[in-house]
Design a binder for this molecule. Structure first.
Ligand code: 13P
Length: 253
């Protein structure tokens, strides 16, 4: 059965001191929760704070994950970080394909496919992000765009590899804008994605892959979004930078 997951993508926020503070606030929130939530928790701090975060949360229920990685194992790639380096500090899950990486750092499907392969070769789990821009939705091209993003980077994989894949649908027009996809829009796209995976790999794969929604998820709208049958959690940006609001979203399950 697929897992419910709530992951906080901290993006380029929080220096070391702020990272430690937020982690300790999250830990106290986790301890005082009345009951155990049905969702796995993940946080993705920046690269410079990953090692500290992963040490601090070693024994905790919160998994520390990376926001990105390079596809090469090592070499002349100034400023980049490899899967092996992440693994060596205890990080074994990575976000790939975030729309900000696609938009500002020119990551296309071909690059992402290489990153996916490198992560899997290193036995890492992948939170694979994709989603249409506003103009795609306005021109009713959103299903085509999402289909292409998934097929081009993931459909060369063997069925077995899908055990390490988490999908995250993040419509670009809903990221950091305060505008959320309606629960109906989210469910419609998530069902489309699950059918797409089923058409290639069959239901045993599609029913077991978690599909997260991301884009202006807040404590106030989390429950409604997560109550859709094909929405298995969220990838949270802004609201993940506050311990109370992140835990309120986790506890929406
Ligand atoms: P916001 O929750 O700030 O809209 O960001 C979503 C996101 O991009 C998570 O990866």
């Amino acid at each position: 059965m697929r897992k419910n997951i709530v992951a906080g993508n901290w993006k380029m926020n929080n220096d070391l001191a702020a990272t430690k503070t937020l982690i300790s606030e999250l830990e106290s929130q986790v301890k005082t929760r009345p009951d155990v939530s049905g969702a796995e928790m993940m946080i993705a701090p920046t690269f410079t704070n990953l090692m500290e975060a992963s040490k601090l949360l070693k024994e905790s229920d919160i998994e520390v994950i990376a926001q990105n990685m390079h596809f090469a194992e090592n070499g002349a790639y100034t400023g980049e970080i490899s899967a092996g380096m992440l693994k060596s500090i205890g990080v074994s899950t990575v976000i790939l394909g975030h729309s900000e990486r696609r938009e500002y750092f020119n990551e296309d499907d071909a690059i992402l496919k290489q990153k996916v392969d490198a992560a899997l070769e290193n036995n890492m789990r992948i939170v694979f992000c994709f989603g249409e821009k506003l103009e795609d939705r306005n021109s009713e091209n959103h299903f085509n765009v999402v289909e292409g993003q998934i097929k081009n980077a993931l459909f060369h994989l063997e069925a077995e590899s899908w055990k390490s894949i988490v999908l995250a649908y993040e419509p670009v027009w809903a990221i950091g804008t305060g505008e959320t996809a309606s629960p109906e829009q989210a469910q419609e796209m998530h069902a489309f994605i699950r059918n797409l995976v089923a058409s290639k790999y069959g239901e045993s794969v599609s029913e077991n892959v978690s599909i997260l929604y991301g884009g202006s998820v807040k404590p106030a709208n989390a429950k409604e979004i997560f109550s859709n049958p094909d929405v298995d959690g969220g990838l949270i940006g802004g609201a993940a930078l506050d311990a109370e609001s992140f835990m309120a979203i986790v506890n929406a399950f």
